[in-house]
Ligand binder design. Structure first.
Ligand code: SF4
Length: 374
């Protein structure tokens, strides 16, 4: 079983970000206490089994004080059974990761860090409105490694406007020099409810050049492969099987509980979405109400979600599972489409599964949606 905690605070808003967070931290303690209460309220949401992964996401979970982190972990320990080898990840921003803070995380049981580096190039960090410097990005990785946290993932953003691909190459070279086990690489996208989105509307910035983004993706995939990173999901690359077990559980459709404002939960047949508002979240939890919207997933929803996430991974989608989820309607309806995709060399199969080819990975979302059922 898998547990996600959403810590909805950030020091400043990155220009591209449309996650749920607030830069007003005046009620941080109340939100953390409400998350602890929600853990108790929801302790029976998942089937009784050991928790295999815990993921502190956000927002910026590295803004948690030591006492706040302990409150959350102690509450989880009290109401769930945590597997001895559980992956316990925390998303962190470099500016938070002083030695003492890293030691606190390590001593509390955090055994994997996902660090929001995004780039090691100062002008790119400023363009994105990241709060940290390039030096802090590099320094925090080295300090975490000194303390003993070696399971480190970094986020990189590609397709940031630049005259050529040299900065992307430098970013990757820096990651290799730092001996990073896992890299999540995301294409810069411009979402409407962000600073970039508003500037795009006012013609203050240009849209992302799709051709440039595709070139950067190809360079990224090739360079990472040449340096020992396996692309086990379209945006995720690991050395020596240092996969994110938590994120892999989403892609493999495993049930998970998400607590905190805006967190989602999934039990196999339905999803629940917590309210994306910190004050309303705290108010509801204080009244012992879980402020969540329930969405029951039809066989078509379940099949389509499986296609969308599963095809992006190296494990592909299992033919029997597709048949089972769709009520045995998938293959009769899609046999011709699958054959066409195979002829284009966008997908390949073995007796059990379908997978995207390297070329198919460039069109992953389009291929999935072409295979959706109603
Ligand atoms: S730190 Fe992360 S969550 Fe916060 S605004 Fe930046 S990208 Fe978004």
């Amino acid at each position: 079983m898998h547990l996600y905690l959403h810590i909805p605070f950030c020091r400043q808003a990155c220009h591209y970000c449309d996650f749920h967070f607030s830069t007003n931290i005046s009620n941080k303690r109340a939100v953390v206490e409400a998350i602890a209460s929600e853990i108790i309220l929801r302790k029976d949401y998942l089937p009784k089994a050991d928790i295999e992964t815990i993921y502190f996401g956000g927002g910026t979970p590295s803004m948690l004080e030591e006492a706040e982190l302990h409150l959350l972990l102690n509450t989880i320990n009290k109401h769930f059974s945590i597997a001895g080898n559980a992956e316990i990840s925390l998303e962190a921003n470099p500016d938070d990761l002083e030695k003492e803070k890293l030691r606190q995380f390590y001593n509390a049981g955090i055994n994997r860090l996902s660090i929001g580096i995004q780039s090691f190039h100062e002008p790119h960090l400023q363009f994105l409105n990241r709060v940290h410097s390039a030096y802090e990005g590099e320094h925090c990785v080295r300090t975490a490694q000194e303390i003993g946290i070696n399971n480190i993932s970094i986020d990189l953003i590609y397709a940031i406007p630049a005259p050529d691909h040299s900065i992307l190459m430098q970013d990757m070279q820096k990651a290799f020099a730092l001996d990073i086990a896992h890299i999540s690489a995301y294409c810069l996208t411009i979402e409407p409810q962000t600073a970039f989105g508003s500037w795009l509307k006012k013609n203050k910035i240009k849209p992302i050049d799709e051709e440039y983004a595709a070139q950067q993706f190809e360079i990224l995939v090739k360079t990472l492969a040449d340096n020992g990173y396996e692309q086990y999901e379209i945006s995720n690359f690991a050395r020596e099987e240092h996969y994110s077990l938590h994120n892999s559980s989403y892609w493999k459709q495993r049930p998970y509980l998400g607590v905190g404002p805006s967190a989602h939960s999934y039990n196999g047949t339905s999803r629940e979405y917590n309210v994306s508002n910190n004050a309303r979240y705290v108010e509801a939890i204080q009244k012992q109400i879980i402020p969540a919207t329930l969405e029951t997933l039809s066989p078509a929803d379940q099949t389509n979600e499986y296609l969308l996430t599963g095809l992006r991974t190296k494990w592909g989608v299992n033919k029997e599972k597709l048949e089972m989820l769709s009520g045995r309607s998938f293959f009769p309806a899609h046999q011709v489409d699958l054959e066409k995709l195979k002829e284009k060399n966008w997908i390949r199969e073995d007796p059990e599964n379908w997978y995207l080819t390297d070329m198919g990975k460039l069109f992953a979302d389009r291929i999935s949606s072409d295979l959706f059922i109603d």
